[in-house]
Design a protein around this ligand. Structure first.
Ligand SMILES: *[C@@H]1O[C@H](CO)[C@@H](O)[C@H](O)[C@H]1NC(C)=O
Ligand SMILES: *[C@@H]1O[C@H](CO)[C@@H](O)[C@H](O)[C@H]1NC(C)=O
Ligand SMILES: *[C@@H]1O[C@H](CO)[C@@H](O)[C@H](O)[C@H]1NC(C)=O
Ligand SMILES: *[C@@H]1O[C@H](CO)[C@@H](O)[C@H](O)[C@H]1NC(C)=O
Length: 443
């Protein structure tokens, strides 16, 4: 689907090229409140049944909390405008405006034949928002409206601040299909110019960085640290770093040919389990710059890490062998997992079940993302633990997609400006969790 849409979209590009001729920065038009925050904070709640990470964006006039799915690799904010969108500060982005230029490679200009409403205006530019959970995509008006977020000193939330012209895409209700009831859209944290991190850093003039700490009650920080979890631990001071890689071929459901992916890829060079090498075909671990296949990305819309079939089976073989050496035996699998173990003989540690450790070896042998039991195993029954990784089939677009369960209780800092990922490893080691941010506002 992606490639055929890619071709279709390319022909539209011809008509919309004129939009890209005047590239002016939007920083001057994004008026903000006079108090200039150094960082912002958003709470994240995990939906226990859908395993989606949700947050609230306070948008519109009068302001309403809009419940959206956190999509780390998403391009921008999109919300359902067809139902219940009422706001006196809604502004469609007019063709040729700075907002359309910033949204880059929009799908040209649109008209709408029914009565004007948010999402249906003449002479506005369009984007192609997608929903990676149901693989849906739509053509939708680009617009801006007021968005308010709480500032933070890194320890508690502070005063609420407002971005007056926050750009988003005004989608049809059908794009919500597959999302939980009450969810009104998706918040894209990808590296595009209109991704949430870039828009907030432009609006409030702080570094183009954000940090994500997933848990059942997690937190996202925009801007630089400190990122303090109770009891008073600043996580920004104990990060290891690895380069963020750019996949030159878009991974969105629909895109304009020539667009790079806005998702966050990292360079996993090898995988080890209890220091034993997992045999993996090397070309699967790198991004093929011709077709964009391969490599490793980080995702919040996949609840568990997904691996290409040959990687998954080699991984399971080594893990099972190492588990056997600890007298941990395999039992019948429980879906969606393919590999489960008896809880018998499995000890407990501060970082979860005492199972073989999994190492993602990054730019060199010294830079390792180590995954312990709390992030590798999922307890599905009293006496059954499953390896929380799933088989992604043969020839998937991306060989390894690191999913939510593997990211929880780890702080990840995405520095877009320097293209660098900071990662903490399990916070359970230092006796805190991603649920430990103090959300009580300081007086
Ligand atoms: C757009 O323009 C057409 C032609 O002038 C008009 O019929 C239509 O009502 C307009 N739609 C909106 C939403 O303003
Ligand atoms: C990269 O992709 C192209 C096009 O699909 C293919 O011809 C080429 O063999 C691939 N390169 C590698 C190293 O796999
Ligand atoms: C595994 O079980 C065998 C037989 O019960 C025992 O001899 C051995 O010490 C056990 N190994 C470990 C690592 O617990
Ligand atoms: C959370 O922050 C509030 C406001 O600063 C403070 O009064 C409270 O003691 C903090 N809670 C904990 C558990 O530290």
């Amino acid at each position: 689907m992606a490639s055929s849409l890619g071709v279709r979209v390319q022909s539209l590009l011809v008509f919309s090229t004129f939009l890209f001729l005047s590239l002016s920065s939007l920083s001057n038009s994004q008026h903000t409140t006079s108090f200039r925050p150094k960082a912002l904070v958003l709470p994240i709640i995990k939906d226990a049944s859908a395993l989606q990470y949700l947050t609230h964006i306070n948008q519109r006039t009068p302001r309403v909390p809009v419940k959206v799915v956190v999509d780390l690799g998403g391009q921008y904010l999109w919300v359902d405008c067809e139902q219940g969108y009422a706001s006196s500060t809604y502004r469609p982005a007019r063709c040729g405006s700075a907002q359309c230029s910033l949204a880059m490679k929009t799908l040209g200009c649109g008209t709408c034949s029914s009565t004007p409403r948010p999402g249906c205006n003449n002479n506005t530019c369009n984007l192609f928002p997608d929903n990676p959970i149901n693989q849906g995509a739509a053509i939708a008006e680009v617009a801006s409206d007021v968005v308010s977020v709480q500032s933070t000193d890194g320890s508690n939330p502070g005063a609420s601040v407002t971005a007056k012209q926050f750009i988003f895409s005004c989608a049809p209700t059908s794009l919500l299909e597959g999302l939980e009831k009450g969810v009104k859209g998706m918040a894209g944290f990808g590296r595009s110019k209109i991704g949430l991190p870039s828009q907030f850093s432009t609006a409030f003039s702080f570094p183009r960085k954000f940090a994500m700490c997933l848990a059942s009650n997690g937190v996202i920080f925009f801007g630089d640290g400190p990122y303090v979890m109770q009891p008073g631990i600043d996580l920004s001071t104990s990060l290891e770093y690895t380069p963020l890689l750019i996949n030159p071929i878009s991974t969105a459901a629909a895109y304009v040919l020539g667009d790079a992916s806005v998702e966050y890829f990292i360079g996993v060079k090898s995988i080890k389990i209890n220091e034993k090498q997992v045999p993996v075909k090397k070309n699967l671990l790198s991004i093929n710059s011709t077709d964009g296949y391969g490599g490793t990305k980080i995702s919040t819309v996949n609840p568990y890490t997904v691996m290409e079939t040959s990687i998954y089976s080699a991984f399971v073989d080594v893990f099972t062998k190492e588990a056997k050496a600890l007298n941990i035996s395999r039992v019948a699998p429980v879906a969606p997992f393919g590999t489960c173990f008896s809880r018998k003989n499995v000890g407990t540690t501060r970082v979860g079940a005492a199972v073989p450790t999994i190492d993602l070896v990054l730019q060199n042998e010294k830079v390792i993302w180590r995954i312990f039991g709390a992030n590798s195993m999922v307890q599905v029954k009293d006496d059954v633990l499953c390896l929380g990784f799933v088989d992604g089939g043969v020839n998937p677009r991306t060989s390894i997609v690191l999913g939510g369960h593997q990211l929880e209780d780890n702080l990840l800092q995405f520095d877009i400006a320097t293209s660098r990922l900071g990662f903490s490893s399990s916070l359970l080691f230092i006796q805190t969790t991603c649920s430990n941010f103090n959300f009580t506002t300081k007086p």
